[in-house]
Design a protein around this ligand. Structure first.
Ligand code: ZN
Ligand code: ZN
Length: 353
């Protein structure tokens, strides 16, 4: 833990006092050097907090607003204008350059030494941080910020893949390969969509048990010797209409593809490190099967995240069942538990000891 100085918000930025932050696999990838961001850097990309100050051009937010900080985008490039902001041309720089939007200045300093940040334009492991107004979303004051911190990346990614990309109909079969936060969010969205059966696949028995208590009709251990055949059998014989690969393992993607029914779709959302390859039997793509990926649930965060929060508040998206809280200073324990599968969604109470 270090004390840093934070810059004043630029015209389109907000200064946020962070109350809670989710921890995601991408933070761990960055810690381990699998991100281009220079070091030392402040990570964290699922911040929830209270606006402290706003830049001169910010009209949508005011001090005291409760907010979550979500996936950043420029709003000006062709993909953003087409409504696909998660594929923004500037996404890589906005997430991983270490600099504020425009790449000219840093959010933090430590005396004269540079400290890189603006991770996903938020660096939410800091108790006071800068975000762009564009990726900062106002949330209802009654909603607990230490649960909403699960939404900006993990819940958005899984629920968005189902509700924005796969768009299942009632009665469609659905398989979750991997039930961490993203896989669980997808599973909850599939249940909300009326999917049946819903099959959960994971390495951890505790997660499979929770999946069954939250809507999975079947659970299969990921090391089942005939995994794809078993999933196809449970999905009615010909295979599954939809599979979500949220494990980030080549074998899981291969099994997802082999579990599909004709015309079924497997969508990859798992976070694999650069250079990881998958092999598929070419024959498995015949029969109209589709394999695709998506980033951050392909969501328009200013519209989609408030919708998910409403579903959570109505009891239809029980994200609180996935969350375990840790004090800010216990960040390393939280990461260890997450990597070991002992917790599904680790949320730091930022600033709390
Ligand atoms: Zn993430
Ligand atoms: Zn853009």
């Amino acid at each position: 833990m270090q004390t840093l100085e934070v810059a004043e918000p630029g015209p389109e930025e907000v200064l946020v006092r962070v109350v809670a932050s989710g921890i995601c696999q991408t933070d761990v990838h960055a810690r381990d050097g699998f991100s281009p961001i220079p070091l030392p850097a402040v990570f964290g990309h699922e911040g929830a907090g209270i606006v402290e100050r706003v830049g001169v051009a910010v009209g949508s937010l005011a001090p005291g607003d409760h907010v979550i900080m979500a996936n950043p985008s420029c709003g000006k490039c062709a993909d953003c204008r087409a409504g696909f902001e998660t594929y923004c041309t500037d996404a890589a720089a906005l997430k991983h350059s270490g600099y504020r939007a425009g790449c000219a200045s840093l959010a933090f300093s430590h005396g004269n030494a540079p400290v890189y940040g603006s991770f996903f334009q938020q660096s939410s492991f800091a108790s006071l941080t800068l975000a762009m107004a564009r990726n900062t979303i106002k949330v209802p004051r009654e909603a607990p910020l230490d649960v909403l911190a699960a939404f900006p990346c993990g819940v958005n990614t899984g629920a968005g893949a189902v509700l924005n990309v796969l768009k299942p109909q009632p009665g469609d079969s659905y398989v979750a390969f991997g039930v961490g936060t993203v896989g669980f969010a997808g599973l909850l969205a599939a249940k909300l969509s009326g999917c049946d059966p819903i099959i959960a696949v994971d390495l951890f028995e505790s997660r499979l048990a929770l999946a069954q208590s939250l809507g999975a009709t079947h659970a299969v251990h990921a090391e089942h010797p005939e995994l794809a055949a078993e999933v196809r059998r449970l999905a009615g014989g010909r295979g599954a209409r939809f599979c979500l690969e949220a494990a980030g393992f080549p074998q899981a993607l291969r099994n997802a593809v082999e579990s599909l029914a004709p015309r079924g779709t497997a969508c990859l959302v798992g976070s694999a490190r650069a250079g990881v390859e998958v092999s598929l039997e070419m024959r498995s793509l015949q029969q109209g099967r589709v394999v695709r990926g998506c980033v951050q649930g392909e969501s328009d965060v200013q519209r989609f995240l408030p919708r998910l929060i409403e579903l959570y508040r109505a009891g239809e998206l029980p994200v609180d069942r996935l969350v375990r809280h840790y004090p800010h200073a216990a960040i390393n324990d939280a990461v260890d538990d997450m990597v070991a599968g002992k917790t599904i969604k680790a949320v730091l109470r930022v600033g709390a000891q």
